[in-house]
Ligand binder design. Sequence first.
Ligand code: GAR
Length: 185
Amino acid sequence: MVSGRGSNLRALQEQAPEYGYGIIGVVSNNPAAPAVDYARAEGLAVHVIDHRLFAARAAFENALVATLDRLAPDVIALAGFLRVLGTDFVDHYQGRLLNIHPSLLPAFPGLDTHRRALAAGARVHGATVHLVTHAVDGGPIIAQAGLTVDPKESAVALGARVLALEHTLYPYVLGRWARGEVAYH
Ligand code: GAR
Protein backbone atom coordinates (compact mmCIF):
# COMPACT_ATOMS: atom_id res chain seq x y z
CA MET A 1 0.00 0.00 0.00
CA VAL A 2 1.48 3.27 -1.15
CA SER A 3 0.76 6.99 -1.21
CA GLY A 4 3.74 8.70 -2.76
CA ARG A 5 7.22 8.34 -4.16
CA GLY A 6 7.31 4.55 -4.10
CA SER A 7 10.99 3.91 -3.57
CA ASN A 8 10.23 1.13 -1.08
CA LEU A 9 7.76 -0.40 -3.56
CA ARG A 10 10.53 -0.36 -6.16
CA ALA A 11 12.95 -2.03 -3.76
CA LEU A 12 10.35 -4.68 -2.89
CA GLN A 13 9.60 -5.35 -6.55
CA GLU A 14 13.25 -5.45 -7.66
CA GLN A 15 14.28 -7.83 -4.89
CA ALA A 16 11.23 -10.12 -5.06
CA PRO A 17 12.95 -12.79 -7.20
CA GLU A 18 15.91 -12.93 -4.82
CA TYR A 19 13.70 -13.38 -1.76
CA GLY A 20 10.92 -15.52 -3.22
CA TYR A 21 7.84 -13.40 -2.50
CA GLY A 22 5.56 -11.82 -5.08
CA ILE A 23 3.61 -8.57 -5.17
CA ILE A 24 0.04 -9.45 -6.19
CA GLY A 25 -1.33 -5.93 -6.06
CA VAL A 26 -0.54 -2.31 -5.28
CA VAL A 27 -3.16 -0.18 -3.53
CA SER A 28 -2.79 3.60 -3.51
CA ASN A 29 -4.98 6.25 -1.93
CA ASN A 30 -3.34 8.81 -4.21
CA PRO A 31 -4.01 8.62 -7.95
CA ALA A 32 -1.07 10.96 -8.68
CA ALA A 33 1.50 9.00 -6.69
CA PRO A 34 4.73 8.26 -8.60
CA ALA A 35 4.41 4.82 -7.00
CA VAL A 36 1.30 4.23 -9.14
CA ASP A 37 3.15 5.10 -12.34
CA TYR A 38 5.98 2.79 -11.36
CA ALA A 39 3.63 -0.08 -10.52
CA ARG A 40 1.75 0.28 -13.83
CA ALA A 41 5.02 0.37 -15.77
CA GLU A 42 6.03 -2.85 -14.03
CA GLY A 43 2.74 -4.48 -15.03
CA LEU A 44 1.59 -4.82 -11.43
CA ALA A 45 -2.14 -4.81 -10.65
CA VAL A 46 -2.87 -1.29 -9.39
CA HIS A 47 -5.92 -0.34 -7.35
CA VAL A 48 -6.44 3.37 -6.73
CA ILE A 49 -8.84 4.17 -3.92
CA ASP A 50 -8.85 7.94 -3.56
CA HIS A 51 -9.66 8.86 0.03
CA ARG A 52 -10.89 12.29 -1.11
CA LEU A 53 -13.87 10.68 -2.83
CA PHE A 54 -15.22 9.34 0.46
CA ALA A 55 -17.13 11.47 2.96
CA ALA A 56 -15.97 9.46 5.96
CA ARG A 57 -12.90 7.44 6.81
CA ALA A 58 -15.00 4.34 7.52
CA ALA A 59 -16.32 4.32 3.94
CA PHE A 60 -12.80 4.74 2.54
CA GLU A 61 -11.53 1.90 4.68
CA ASN A 62 -14.45 -0.35 3.71
CA ALA A 63 -13.42 0.15 0.09
CA LEU A 64 -9.81 -0.69 0.98
CA VAL A 65 -10.93 -3.88 2.76
CA ALA A 66 -13.13 -4.95 -0.16
CA THR A 67 -10.23 -4.57 -2.58
CA LEU A 68 -7.66 -6.20 -0.32
CA ASP A 69 -9.92 -9.12 0.55
CA ARG A 70 -10.43 -9.82 -3.15
CA LEU A 71 -6.65 -9.89 -3.55
CA ALA A 72 -6.37 -12.17 -0.47
CA PRO A 73 -2.74 -11.36 0.33
CA ASP A 74 -0.70 -13.34 2.83
CA VAL A 75 0.75 -10.10 4.08
CA ILE A 76 0.11 -6.41 3.50
CA ALA A 77 3.13 -4.11 3.42
CA LEU A 78 2.55 -0.43 4.02
CA ALA A 79 5.25 1.23 1.93
CA GLY A 80 4.92 4.94 2.45
CA PHE A 81 1.16 4.70 2.95
CA LEU A 82 0.50 8.01 4.57
CA ARG A 83 -3.08 7.71 5.88
CA VAL A 84 -3.65 6.60 9.44
CA LEU A 85 -5.72 3.41 9.40
CA GLY A 86 -8.64 2.96 11.79
CA THR A 87 -9.13 0.27 14.37
CA ASP A 88 -11.55 -1.83 12.28
CA PHE A 89 -9.06 -1.99 9.41
CA VAL A 90 -6.17 -2.83 11.70
CA ASP A 91 -8.22 -5.52 13.50
CA HIS A 92 -9.27 -7.06 10.19
CA TYR A 93 -5.63 -7.62 9.15
CA GLN A 94 -4.13 -8.13 12.57
CA GLY A 95 -0.89 -10.08 12.43
CA ARG A 96 -0.36 -9.62 8.69
CA LEU A 97 -0.15 -5.85 8.33
CA LEU A 98 3.41 -4.51 8.21
CA ASN A 99 4.80 -0.98 8.12
CA ILE A 100 8.22 0.48 7.58
CA HIS A 101 9.08 3.54 9.60
CA PRO A 102 12.14 5.79 9.21
CA SER A 103 13.51 5.61 12.75
CA LEU A 104 14.65 3.10 15.31
CA LEU A 105 11.32 2.73 17.08
CA PRO A 106 10.31 3.33 19.81
CA ALA A 107 12.47 6.41 19.20
CA PHE A 108 10.90 9.05 16.97
CA PRO A 109 7.44 7.84 16.05
CA GLY A 110 5.53 10.20 13.77
CA LEU A 111 6.84 12.56 11.13
CA ASP A 112 10.09 14.43 10.46
CA THR A 113 12.15 11.69 12.07
CA HIS A 114 15.57 12.58 10.61
CA ARG A 115 15.50 16.22 11.69
CA ARG A 116 14.26 15.18 15.14
CA ALA A 117 16.99 12.54 15.50
CA LEU A 118 19.66 15.13 14.69
CA ALA A 119 18.08 17.70 17.01
CA ALA A 120 18.00 15.16 19.84
CA GLY A 121 21.68 14.36 19.36
CA ALA A 122 20.94 10.72 18.55
CA ARG A 123 24.12 8.73 17.98
CA VAL A 124 22.35 5.98 16.07
CA HIS A 125 19.33 6.14 13.80
CA GLY A 126 17.74 3.88 11.22
CA ALA A 127 14.60 2.14 10.09
CA THR A 128 12.09 -0.30 11.60
CA VAL A 129 9.68 -2.85 10.15
CA HIS A 130 6.89 -3.53 12.59
CA LEU A 131 3.44 -5.04 12.80
CA VAL A 132 0.70 -2.45 12.74
CA THR A 133 -1.49 -2.25 15.83
CA HIS A 134 -3.77 0.42 17.21
CA ALA A 135 -0.82 2.37 18.58
CA VAL A 136 0.52 4.52 15.74
CA ASP A 137 4.12 3.40 15.04
CA GLY A 138 3.82 1.30 18.19
CA GLY A 139 3.30 -2.31 17.08
CA PRO A 140 5.69 -5.22 17.72
CA ILE A 141 9.06 -4.71 16.06
CA ILE A 142 10.11 -7.36 13.53
CA ALA A 143 13.47 -6.01 12.36
CA GLN A 144 15.57 -2.89 12.41
CA ALA A 145 18.56 -1.57 10.49
CA GLY A 146 20.73 1.12 11.99
CA LEU A 147 23.57 3.49 11.20
CA THR A 148 25.83 5.89 13.04
CA VAL A 149 24.72 9.51 12.88
CA ASP A 150 27.21 12.15 11.80
CA PRO A 151 26.10 15.16 13.88
CA LYS A 152 27.30 17.47 11.12
CA GLU A 153 25.17 15.93 8.35
CA SER A 154 21.91 17.45 7.19
CA ALA A 155 18.51 15.86 7.80
CA VAL A 156 18.27 15.33 4.03
CA ALA A 157 21.59 13.50 3.89
CA LEU A 158 20.70 11.41 6.94
CA GLY A 159 17.30 10.63 5.45
CA ALA A 160 18.88 9.42 2.23
CA ARG A 161 21.17 7.09 4.16
CA VAL A 162 18.24 5.72 6.17
CA LEU A 163 16.18 5.27 2.99
CA ALA A 164 18.94 3.10 1.55
CA LEU A 165 18.68 0.94 4.67
CA GLU A 166 14.90 0.73 4.25
CA HIS A 167 15.43 -0.61 0.73
CA THR A 168 17.51 -3.47 2.13
CA LEU A 169 15.48 -4.11 5.27
CA TYR A 170 11.95 -4.35 3.88
CA PRO A 171 12.67 -6.93 1.14
CA TYR A 172 14.69 -8.94 3.67
CA VAL A 173 11.74 -9.02 6.08
CA LEU A 174 9.27 -9.96 3.33
CA GLY A 175 11.61 -12.77 2.32
CA ARG A 176 11.73 -14.09 5.86
CA TRP A 177 7.94 -13.74 6.05
CA ALA A 178 7.49 -15.69 2.81
CA ARG A 179 9.57 -18.53 4.25
CA GLY A 180 7.43 -18.58 7.40
CA GLU A 181 10.30 -17.35 9.55
CA VAL A 182 8.49 -14.46 11.20
CA ALA A 183 6.59 -15.50 14.30
CA TYR A 184 4.05 -13.34 16.06
CA HIS A 185 2.85 -14.18 19.54
C1 GAR B 1 9.70 6.00 3.75
O1 GAR B 1 10.82 6.66 4.28
C2 GAR B 1 8.91 5.33 4.84
O2 GAR B 1 9.72 4.81 5.85
C3 GAR B 1 8.09 6.47 5.34
O3 GAR B 1 7.67 7.16 4.20
C4 GAR B 1 8.70 7.03 3.21
C5 GAR B 1 8.06 6.56 1.93
O4 GAR B 1 8.98 6.61 0.87
N1 GAR B 1 6.97 6.01 6.10
C6 GAR B 1 6.51 6.63 7.18
O5 GAR B 1 6.97 7.67 7.60
C7 GAR B 1 5.33 5.94 7.85
N2 GAR B 1 5.08 6.51 9.11
P1 GAR B 1 8.72 5.82 -0.46
O6 GAR B 1 7.34 6.23 -0.97
O7 GAR B 1 9.80 6.29 -1.38
O8 GAR B 1 8.79 4.36 -0.17
